[in-house]
Design a protein around this ligand. Structure first.
Ligand code: GYE
Length: 343
C-alpha cells in the first residue's frame, strides 16, 4: 500500500522532470528506459534511501560502491542515493525527501554525530526505520534509529597507539622524548571522535609522548597536505604523524617530501594511518613511506542488507554491530594479505 503511493509519486515526479527538461521533443533513449522502469511493477521492490556522507576519500568510494552493488534491482531493491558533499544540511534535506517519497527504509551515514534529533523524529513519525551505517549519531532517545553498523573507531585509535608503543619499544626509543602531531578527520564525526579518543588513551600513559598539535584535514588529501605543510613549518622536530585517514596521509607524505624531509621505515618521521582501503595505502607501506595502517572496512552494505531482510521478516536486530578489522604494517607480507582481501 505504501509502495503503491511511492509508485504514483515517482511516476508523477518523473513526468514533471521530463516535461521540464525536454518539452515536446524526443527524449534520449536512456530516459525512455528509465520511464519504462519506473512505470513497471514497483511493488516488488524494497525502496531504500541512502544519505551518504560525500565522496571525500577512497574509503567513501569503496563504501558507495558497496551500496550500489548490494542495493540493486536484482537483489530486490530500488536505491535512492544522495551524496551529502560532507554537509549535514544536504543530508537532512535528502532525508526529508526520502520521507516525502515514502521510502521503505532510510540508511544514514551521518557526517557528524549531533543535530539529528528533529529529522529522525520526522522519520519515526512517518514510520520509516532508519539504519545508521559507518558513522553514528548522538541523540536524546536511542529509539530514534533502528540500529547502527560500522567500525569501532575508538578501538582503531587504541590499536594505533598500541602499535606505536610497541614499535618504539622494539626500536629502543621507548624512553625518548617523542613529539607527535595529529591530522584529524571531520570535527564531530564518529570516526574523528573515536580515533582521537582511542589514541588519547594510549598517549595518556606515556608522559614522554608530547602531542604538539591536532588539526583537522577534513579527511581529504588536499587539506591533509595543507595542514601537514603548516605543521612542518611550525615544528621542526616532529617524530610521529597520526593521520586519521589514508587520503590525508597521502597529502601529508607529499608535504613531507616537498619540505625535503622523509617518512616511513625508510625515512625519519613515523607515519600511522587509518583505513587501509586502497592499493595506494599498501603501496605506501611497501615503498617504505608509511609505517602502519589501521583497517577500516567500507563493505557495510551486505550487513545493512541482512538487517533489512530481518526487519522485513519481522525479526529483531542487534542495536550495534561492529565489523571485523585488522592492523597492517610495513613489516608484514603485504602481497599475501592483499591477495586475500576484497578491497
Ligand atoms: O576513515 C574516511 C572517510 O567514516 C570511517 O570517513 C569513515 C571515514 C574514513 O572519509 O576515509
Amino acid at each position: 500500500m505504501k509502495k503503491l503511493k511511492w509508485k504514483l509519486l515517482l511516476s508523477f515526479l518523473l513526468v514533471l522532470s521530463l516535461a521540464g527538461c525536454h518539452g515536446q521533443g524526443e527524449r534520449p533513449r536512456d530516459e525512455r528506459l528509465y520511464e519504462d522502469d519506473v512505470t513497471s511493477e514497483r511493488e516488488d521492490y524494497i525502496v531504500v534511501g541512502f544519505a551518504q556522507v560525500g565522496s571525500e576519500s577512497d574509503y567513501r568510494i569503496a563504501n558507495s560502491a558497496s551500496f550500489r552493488e548490494t542495493f540493486c534491482a536484482e537483489n530486490g531493491y530500488y536505491l535512492l542515493f544522495e551524496d551529502g558533499q560532507q554537509k549535514q544540511e544536504n543530508q537532512i534535506k535528502a532525508m526529508r525527501n526520502f520521507i516525502l517519497q515514502e521510502v521503505d527504509y532510510i540508511v544514514l551515514d551521518p557526517v557528524v554525530e549531533t543535530g539529528w534529533d528533529e529529522v529522525l523524529q520526522e522519520a519515526k513519525a512517518a514510520g520509516i526505520p532508519v539504519i545508521l551505517s559507518d558513522r553514528s549519531v548522538t541523540v536524546e532517545d536511542e529509539d530514534l534509529y533502528t540500529c547502527w553498523v560500522g567500525s569501532d573507531f575508538e578501538e582503531e585509535g587504541k590499536k594505533a597507539g598500541l602499535w606505536l608503543e610497541n614499535y618504539l619499544e622494539k626500536t629502543g626509543r621507548d624512553e625518548d622524548e617523542i613529539r607527535l602531531v595529529t591530522l584529524q578527520g571531520t570535527p564531530g564525526s564518529s570516526a574523528q571522535i573515536g580515533r582521537t579518543a582511542g589514541f588519547s588513551q594510549i598517549l595518556g600513559r606515556h608522559p614522554n609522548w608530547q602531542m604538539l598539535e591536532c588539526a583537522s584535514g577534513d579527511f581529504t588529501q588536499s587539506k591533509g597536505q595543507e595542514v601537514m605543510a603548516r605543521f612542518l613549518k611550525s615544528y621542526h622536530d616532529i617524530d610521529v604523524v597520526i593521520s586519521e585517514n589514508d587520503n590525508m596521509t597521502f597529502g601529508a607524505i607529499e608535504a613531507i617530501e616537498q619540505a625535503g624531509r622523509t617518512c616511513g621505515p625508510k625515512g625519519d618521521i613515523i607515519v600511522i594511518s587509518f583505513d587501509a582501503v586502497s592499493e595506494a595505502s599498501f603501496a605506501a607501506m611497501k615503498e617504505g613511506k608509511l609505517h602502519a595502517d589501521m583497517e577500516c572496512n567500507p563493505l557495510l552494505a551486505p550487513m545493512v542488507d541482512e538487517i533489512i531482510r530481518k526487519l522485513e521478516r519481522g525479526e529483531s536486530v542487534e542495536k550495534i554491530q561492529y565489523v571485523e578489522e585488522r592492523c597492517f604494517d610495513a613489516f608484514m607480507d603485504l602481497d599475501a594479505i592483499q591477495e586475500e582481501r576484497k578491497y
